[in-house]
Design a protein around this ligand. Structure first.
Ligand SMILES: [Zn+2]
Length: 609
């Protein structure tokens, strides 16, 4: 039941052929010629990865490129880490190698083939990064491997060399004998993370597939048995919700580091997930949340894939309007999967929606930035100012809510006969299984209209392309709920600090005359500690656990060094939204709610008037 991979690949090659400039047409290498990489781990203590790329005989002039982005929708210019690069002929003679731009080199005299050798630095932890140290290696290979410009469709062979004694390998790449691996092309290669260490491991078979769990963490920080049991519940619920299992093997890679960390990265046959050990101990369900989200991505975004993300352009941004669907709806679906898996109950599900509404309505930018625009602006998320509430919304946040609301809309338009589950199954059948990509918002709208047999353009115009205020009660009334608005006093630290993924937060906004400002806090200061603890990424959540009038202790760093500050927390009013049962819930609303919480439609529609 492997998905129509070969057809997807054909579509990809066809588009790639359209985009490759004419100048390369005379230089192309047959797509069947294998590209070989050797990746050496000999210099782990210095975080230096040495790579040799073997180019087959062919055109005399060849360009090689380093991707500028991967994993995150952020240009990170991985060529910044390349210390040196050289090319030699098969008999060891130096070849002329010239830089064309920040990420591209041209090599002359390659007609008999060449070996391109370089050294790159890799020491960033996390699922979006590449890291080599004495403890482990975790690689997103696009951050390490340059590729010949004209051969992204060529099959690839990778040899891992100089692996420290005792380390094993976890990767979804196929192998006939480790440490040698094969990939059908560069896209597949770099969609396959590699963990090397003496990780702990477990596996299970379920529904005909083999699932492997590799954990590189302190065994004191987690319980393998319960992790494995929860992962199993997730995969059962997800494959049954989708009525599909487009893989034979799937790999979960986990890290539970101390200090700031977090995030998960989806792949077609695997996921890599980091949860800080501290967060895991305070909130064990955090791992279920991220695992079900990343697992559902194997459909939504990896196979049910927006046209705007294809072909992947490693040299610049792939601008897409679809992340409200590819990310937001993945979170929506993940919560239905958790409900079905028995890993979330109704109060927690409704609380999650309420929290997301409070978040969206609390960001003034929701009045002028649409879900589609927030997706286009994903590439700005690496800038601190961009994430301020008056500047941006999150496509995760609004996309998640649109997913909930569209589900309720589909049910209402079809008198209960269809739901979001039908929309995903339809998109899986009509796009993913046929090796096609969906045309962003139009594709989702078309699928929604096809399953509900209704005209839904108003919904998409208002809430996806537009910034109309959402009439929540109109949607939630159908399941016997209404949205209550409460004013609450919350602690106000007088500043807002934001962080770019696992980096430490920095002060991006400061209220003049606040206690924080008077204590000496300044814009741009990095927060090293809050109340003696390393910030876990969500500083606002840590502050919300305190009370107005409490003393806030910070350790900060700026160009004058690091120092401790303490000041009293102020307070401000915040509007909080809470979903509550409506009065006099009718049998019809009750039946609709039950189906909704099961993530299912009502087969015979509304049975009650
Ligand atoms: Zn995601």
């Amino acid at each position: 039941m492997i998905p129509s991979v070969s057809r997807r690949q054909l579509v990809f090659i066809w588009f790639a052929a359209l985009l490759i400039p004419q100048v390369y047409a005379t230089e192309s290498t047959p797509a069947t010629t294998k590209i070989h990489y050797t990746i050496s781990l000999a210099h782990a203590s210095e975080h230096l990865v040495q790579v040799e790329l073997t180019l087959p005989p062919g055109a005399p002039k060849r360009d090689v490129q380093m991707p500028v982005w991967n994993a995150l929708y952020q240009v990170r210019d991985f060529s910044q880490y390349i210390n040196w690069i050289r090319a030699i002929s098969p008999d060891g003679q130096p070849l002329a190698l010239r830089k064309l731009d920040k990420s591209t080199w041209r090599i002359d005299g390659v007609q008999r083939g060449a070996r391109v050798q370089y050294e790159t630095f890799a020491d960033q932890a996390g699922p979006f990064n590449a890291q080599l140290n004495l403890h482990h290696a975790f690689f997103n290979l696009a951050q390490l491997l340059i590729y010949p410009s004209n051969t992204v469709s060529s099959p690839i062979h990778v040899h891992l060399a100089d692996i420290p004694a005792g380390w094993r390998i976890a990767t979804p790449l196929t192998t006939e004998s480790t440490p040698d691996f094969d990939a059908e092309n560069y896209d597949r290669l770099v969609d396959s993370p590699v963990e090397l260490s003496n990780f702990r491991e477990t596996s299970f078979d379920e529904g005909g597939a083999h699932y492997r769990i590799a954990v590189d963490a302190d065994p004191a920080d987690y319980d393998m048995q319960s992790l494995s049991a929860n992962v199993r519940k997730i995969v059962i619920a997800a494959t049954s919700w989708m009525q599909d299992r487009p893989f034979q093997d799937y790999l979960f890679i986990y890290h539970f580091p101390r200090g700031p960390a977090g995030g998960g990265m989806e792949h077609a046959y695997s996921t890599a997930i980091d949860v800080s050990a501290d967060r895991l101990s305070r909130n064990p369900s955090s791992i279920i949340d991220v695992s079900s989200h990343e697992f559902f991505h194997l459909w939504n975004v990896k196979r049910i894939r927006p046209q705007s993300l294809e072909p992947i352009d490693y040299t610049r941004e792939n601008h897409t309007t679809a992340l409200w669907f590819s990310e937001g709806f993945t979170s929506t679906a993940a919560n239905y999967i958790r409900l079905r898996a028995g890993l979330m109950d109704e109060p927690a599900f409704l609380h999650a929606i309420s929290t997301q509404i409070t978040e969206l309505e609390g960001r003034p930018a929701h009045r002028f930035q649409s879900a589609e625009e927030s997706s286009l602006d994903a590439w700005l998320e690496k800038y601190e100012y961009y994430s301020l509430p008056q500047r941006s919304i999150s496509y995760y946040n609004k996309g998640y809510l649109i997913g909930i609301l569209l589900d309720l809309q589909l049910r209402e338009s079809s008198h209960g006969r269809c739901s979001l589950r039908d929309l995903f199954q339809w998109m899986n059948a009509y796009y993913a299984k046929k090796g096609l990509f969906f045309p962003d918002t139009n594709g989702v709208q078309g699928a929604a209209e096809a399953v509900a047999h209704a005209d839904l353009h108003t919904f998409f115009d208002k809430y996806v392309a537009g910034t109309s205020e959402i009439p929540y009660d109109d949607f939630f009334r159908t399941v016997g709920l209404h949205l209550a608005r409460r004013i609450r006093r919350v602690p106000d630290p007088g500043f807002r600090a934001v962080s770019n993924f696992s980096a430490l937060p920095a002060v991006a906004e400061l209220t003049p005359q606040s206690a924080a400002a008077q204590a000496g806090l300044a814009l741009g200061d990095t927060i090293l500690k809050i109340a003696g603890q390393t910030p876990t990424g969500n500083l606002e959540r840590q502050i919300s656990e305190l009370k107005p009038g409490d003393t806030l202790q910070l350790r900060i760093q700026n160009d004058q060094g690091s120092r401790d500050l303490s000041f009293l927390l102020g307070s401000r009013e915040e509007v909080e939204f809470v979903l509550q049962d409506a009065d006099n819930i009718s049998p019809r609303q009750r039946a609709r709610r039950l189906a909704w919480l099961a993530g299912e439609s009502q087969q015979s529609g509304d049975a009650h008037p």
